[in-house]
Design a protein around this ligand. Structure first.
Ligand code: PMV
Length: 319
């Protein structure tokens, strides 16, 4: 086959990845755990053996740097590859802290290897996708996914591992977009800055495994409060590491803080709602599915867009 199309969904980390032990291979300093989400998706079409190298994102040419990242990724698949055409479409804001690079590189890994005639299993695809964007290695599977940091120098043991699915658990993630636009500092540069300058970085790395174990226990017990609490704790520790970098990394906007207060006041009103933020200003609120419409209504005055998302499925080829 010289042509293939794949779909992948973004994932949001409940226990965060921040910091690399190897930048070239995107090997993380800590293990992490995520939830793959429905509704939001990237669809990517790859033609292997095209007249020339070309890439479009939502129908337009991306920045030079983004295009170079895509072609460097294709070179990892085959160093002697022919020219390739890549067309990728997102149905949600890209590059704004909603994990579009995760769904993007997961879909690209599956579509490009299939178009190149390589049949890789999901673990091999996860190892490959990780090299495009670390968090992409978790988007090959649906539901809850663990990414073990691994110990090998070549990264062969650093990939996603599917935990149990979330089909029997009625949870939701309400995404509140407060500001669209590219992030001021990309995640790789941000992680390196934190590693090099934050006095809290060592503590952050040391504490990550306890959060991972607690999150896994909470998932096994279907204990939403415990999962929400450990997610918030991991989130705030990551942002504390960002804020204490030099110069500081402040991804939050005023709207972010308004929503954090609204989530606290919902909890004071007895609603189960817990917030998380990544390398961007948007807030994602973990809750029971039955509470999601009410939570979405309360977030709407503070956001430019609110979406109710539920656990999503794995990356897949489009026939
Ligand atoms: O995969 P990257 O390089 O975009 O890094 C993602 C880092 C966070 O979104 C902040 C946390 C995470 O675990 O997804």
């Amino acid at each position: 086959m010289t042509h293939a199309t794949a779909i992948a969904h973004p994932n949001i980390a409940l226990v965060k990845y921040w910091g690399k032990r190897n930048v070239r291979l995107n090997l993380p300093a800590v293990s992490s755990l995520s939830l793959t989400l429905s509704h939001y998706r990237t669809q990517t079409e790859v033609r292997w053996d095209a007249p020339r190298d070309v890439v479009t994102l939502n129908g337009h040419p991306p920045s030079k740097a983004q295009a170079a990242r895509v072609f460097a990724f294709l070179d990892r698949i085959d160093g002697a590859r022919p020219p390739c055409a890549v067309h990728s479409d997102n149905n949600f804001p890209a590059g704004a802290g909603l994990a579009s690079s995760a769904s993007g590189f997961a879909a690209l890994a599956l579509a490009a290897t299939t178009a190149a005639g390589q049949a890789l299993d999901l673990t091999a695809l996860s190892v490959l996708a990780r090299q495009g964007s670390g968090s992409a290695c978790r988007s090959l599977w649906g539901g809850f996914v663990e990414w073990r940091r691994g110990e090998e120098e070549d990264g062969t043991d650093s990939h996603g591992i599917p935990l149990e699915g979330a089909d029997d658990w009625d949870i939701a993630m309400v995404a509140a977009v407060v500001h669209e636009g590219p992030k001021p500092v990309g995640s790789t540069a941000g992680m390196e800055r934190s590693r090099e300058t934050s006095p809290y970085y060592g503590e952050w790395v040391q504490g990550a495994d306890a959060d991972l174990q607690e999150a896994k226990a909470a998932i096994r017990a279907r204990d939403l409060q415990r999962l929400g609490e450990v997610m918030e704790s991991s989130t705030y520790k990551m942002h504390a590491t960002m804020h204490t970098s030099r110069p500081p990394l402040l991804y939050w906007h005023p709207g972010t803080v308004q929503i954090l207060h609204e989530v606290a006041s919902m909890r004071a009103d007895g609603l189960g709602a817990w917030s998380t933020m990544d390398a961007g200003p948007q807030v994602k609120v973990l809750c029971a599915r039955t509470d999601a419409p009410q939570i979405a209504r309360r977030l709407t005055p503070h956001a430019t867009r609110v979406d109710v998302l539920v656990p999503g499925g794995p990356a897949r080829l489009v026939p």
